[in-house]
Ligand binder design. Structure first.
Ligand code: GLU
Length: 424
């Protein structure tokens, strides 16, 4: 008997989605009962209260979380999300996916994730700095370069990672760059880290296009979300010779069957902050965008955007999951039944970010820095190896690509737990 009493702490649709995926994978590999619950549920979590002085002198208390899902395979690793709708259940699901992702690609890390309930666009720069530093201050007793290593995620970027590194370093009394990854280059960041997630998405998409014998020159791409990941994936795919026909952010979608000028869109965002009124194509809604006919659809924003309602209407050949958890469990069943869409699942598709985070952490610890070519070559080699292992697992057991990727990641975490005992 190994049933845990699960409280309602993480109760949310996205945590349920991650749990259902886990249950399916655990059944598929006949994971022993004694290992199931302790591999599935987060090891620990923290909720912190963050009182911040606003520019007008008032005080606002924000709430932040950190969930350390698995610490059996190394320090836990994962980004920090600043979003007005973030919940601890969402953070727990994202932490779970980090565990499988790190194990799948062979990084010596466990999985974690953090979140703060805030819309960062509604804070001034100095308010954002105070919030970021305060969040790090609250986490100091629970994290460290050998314990738990944060990184950027949605709503956070390299500037915030710099503030976090500085806050931690001031506390310990010496510079400690390996406490977070995704830092600015001047503060110990790695060449290629900013591009890494999007570049990895584009690279894997290219490798699968080659497998399916679809020429890049005939490839059309639709991208939902034009933040760091979506825009870097767009740039890399255009450089490979594909045509990006639609992009979107939370204000609008833009469609141009002739191909969108991605660099022009980035310049527009640099000055206007959002895509609204960008004249590089026709405005379309988010729903229309997801259902456009294209070779590759890349959800690169929030979780749970491919649903049972729209999964039957997708008109892509490849679904490259740049976001974490973009496809609901039920939508997956629809896609499996259809059988005409190749899914590159999130845990491998967007692993480029954490892989180069690992390189950054290694460079910090060695105080020896690599050039961009070395970073990219090593990144692509790891992605190729992970892809081969996923394809082999699919062939061997007849699994879907998601099930193959998840079972590989979950098996490695479970093996470590089995070997170590009940404590970690
Ligand atoms: N937030 C990213 C992810 O979801 C990167 C995590 C990291 O670099 O640690 O994979």
């Amino acid at each position: 008997m190994s049933k845990v009493i699960v409280s309602s702490l993480y109760n949310s649709p996205v945590f349920k989605q991650a749990c259902r995926q886990f249950d399916q994978a655990a059944d598929a590999i006949s994971l022993p009962e004694t290992l199931r619950d302790r591999t599935k549920y987060p090891r620990r979590c923290f909720a912190v209260s963050l009182p911040i002085q606003r520019d007008d002198g008032s005080v606002t208390v924000f709430e932040g979380y950190r969930v350390q899902h698995n610490i059996s395979t190394g320090p836990s690793k994962g980004g920090i999300r600043f979003h007005q709708k973030v919940t601890i259940g969402e953070v727990a699901a994202l932490a779970m996916w980090m565990s499988w992702k790190c194990s799948l690609v062979g990084l010596p890390y466990g999985g974690a994730k953090g979140g703060v309930i805030v819309n960062p666009n509604q804070l001034s720069e100095s308010e954002l700095e105070r919030l970021t530093r305060r969040y790090m201050q609250e986490l100091i007793p629970f994290i460290g370069p050998d314990t738990d290593v944060p990184a950027p995620d949605m709503g956070t970027n390299e500037k915030l990672m710099g503030w976090m590194m500085d806050t931690y370093s001031n506390h310990v009394g010496h510079i400690s760059p390996s406490i977070v990854t995704g830092k600015p280059i001047a503060l110990g960041g790695s060449q290629g880290r900013r591009e890494a997630t999007g570049a990895g998405v584009a690279y894997l998409t290219k490798r699968y296009l080659e497998d399916f014998k679809i020429p890049l020159s005939e490839t059309t791409v639709v991208i939902q979300g034009f933040g760091n990941v979506g825009s870097e994936a767009a740039l890399a795919l255009v450089d490979y010779g594909a045509k990006v026909v639609a992009i979107s952010d939370y204000t609008t979608g833009i469609y141009n069957p002739q191909g969108i000028d991605i660099r022009k869109a980035l310049q527009y965002i640099a000055s206007q902050r959002v895509l609204l009124d960008f004249d590089g194509g026709e405005p379309i809604t988010n729903e229309q965008l997801l259902e456009l006919e294209c070779t590759v659809l890349i959800p690169a924003a929030l979780q749970r955007v491919i649903t049972p309602e729209n999964a039957g209407k997708l008109r892509c050949r490849i679904l490259s999951e740049a976001a974490n958890g973009p496809t609901t469990y039920q939508a997956d069943r629809v896609l499996e039944k259809r059988g005409d869409i190749e899914v590159i699942p999130d845990v491998i598709c967007n692993a480029g970010g954490v892989i180069v985070s690992y390189f950054e952490w290694l460079q910090n610890r060695q105080n020896y820095y690599w050039d961009k070519e070395e970073v990219m070559t090593k990144l692509f080699r790891i992605l190729d190896r992970a892809k081969e292992s996923v394809e082999a697992q699919m062939r061997r057991y007849g699994f879907s690509r998601r099930l193959a990727a998840q079972t590989l990641g979950i098996q490695r975490v479970a093996d470590a737990k089995q070997g170590r005992g009940l404590f970690p």
